[in-house]
Design a protein around this ligand. Structure first.
Ligand SMILES: [Zn+2]
Length: 236
């Protein structure tokens, strides 16, 4: 048993996809969309089902603005059924299934047990440019990591984060998100190089990587681990 995931689109087209994980996170997500909209850019938001349920109006604004929506699980934990639970929450408001899914922490174990993740029309998407904005406090460092990544090229998928993992609203809103400060310069810098910033639904994904269960199930529950072992894949 294996799955395929994508890290980039066609290299011969000057398209780049900015992707934002872990939202919706109002009002930060709205700020992100304002920056994108003001520059004629589209983005892709890999949302968490639990935040969609908590902030349905914030989610509706993302949909109304025409950005691409992806499934990033419900609880952001490697539970069996987490992508499927998220899909119910997201699809209920979206009115259709999502077509893109990003595994939290790029842990693909639970995907194998998710009918949603493994469905024919779903594309599992990683990224080839990872600025690690969540681990940086200086916007200049995020700009540098995004624009000067050696992998950056036509077809690149850049992974940023508009959300955080805090249930407590005071903590959530007090938590700095330097990516917001960095984003205008990232968008301007990409466009100055001639890249068109598109949603993933406007990028032809190519060269998928085939993933088989291995020893990297760091965040998988014991239940998932034993289920994966039962598949008889390589376990090194
Ligand atoms: Zn995430």
């Amino acid at each position: 048993m294996s799955l395929k995931y994508y890290t980039h689109g066609r290299r011969d087209q000057m398209k780049v996809a900015l992707t934002f994980d872990d939202g919706p996170n109002p009002p930060r997500t709205d700020q992100v969309m304002e920056i994108l909209d003001s520059r004629g850019a589209r983005g892709t938001f890999f949302v968490l089902g639990k935040w969609v349920e908590r902030w349905p109006q914030a989610f509706q604004r993302m949909v109304e603005k025409g950005h691409t929506i992806g499934n990033h699980s419900h609880l952001h934990q490697a539970h069996l059924g987490d992508f499927d639970r998220a899909e119910a929450a997201i699809g209920n408001l979206l009115g259709r299934p999502t077509r893109f899914l990003r595994a939290h922490y790029f842990n693909f174990f639970t995907c194998l047990y998710s009918p949603v993740a493994m469905s024919r029309d779903m594309k599992i998407v990683d990224a080839d440019v990872n600025p690690a904005d969540f681990a940086k406090s200086d916007p200049a460092a995020i700009i540098d990591a995004a624009l000067n990544d050696p992998s950056l090229a036509g077809g690149s998928i850049i992974d940023l984060h508009d959300g955080r993992e805090f249930d407590d609203d005071a903590r959530r809103l007090a938590s700095p998100l330097p990516m917001i400060e960095a984003l205008p310069a990232i968008v301007d810098g990409l466009q100055a190089r001639g890249f068109e910033l598109v949603g993933l639904d406007d990028m032809e994904l190519v060269d998928p990587i085939e993933w088989r269960p291995d020893g990297r199930g760091t965040f998988a529950t014991a239940e998932v681990r034993s289920a994966i072992q039962g598949l008889g894949g390589k376990s090194n």
